[in-house]
Design a protein around this ligand. Sequence first.
Ligand SMILES: [Zn+2]
Length: 125
Amino acid sequence: MAKTKRAYVCNDCGADYPRWQGQCSACGAWNTITEVRLAASPTVARTEKYAGYAGATEAKVQTLAAIDLQEVPRFTSGFKELDRVLGGGIVPGAAILIGGNPGAGKSTLLLQTMCWLASQMPTCM
Ligand SMILES: [Zn+2]
C-alpha cells in the first residue's frame, strides 16, 4: 500500500515545507500554511525503473543456456603487470578500483597509464 505523502504549502506565496510551521519563511505571513495531501506516485514497474540505466534495455528472464557469453575485447594499459592483474587488460566501460597503502604508487601508476592511453587513443568523443 502506497503511503500518502503530505506537503505544507503557504496560501499566500505558494512556498512548500516538509513540516507545518506557524510563519511562512518565504513571505513572512502567519498561519497561512496548510496541509496538502499529495497523490501517491504511480507504481513503476521494475523494468521501467531501470530502463536506460547503464545502457540497460528491458529486463527479461532467461535461462543460463540462452545467455550468449562472448569474450569482451580488452585493451592494454601499456604496462604488462597491470594488464596481468586486470586479467589481460582493461575492459571497455569497466570500473576499476585501485587500492594500496599510502605512498605505494597508485597515483603514479594511474597517471602513467592515462598518459600512455592518451597517446594511443582519442581521449574524448
Ligand atoms: Zn508564504
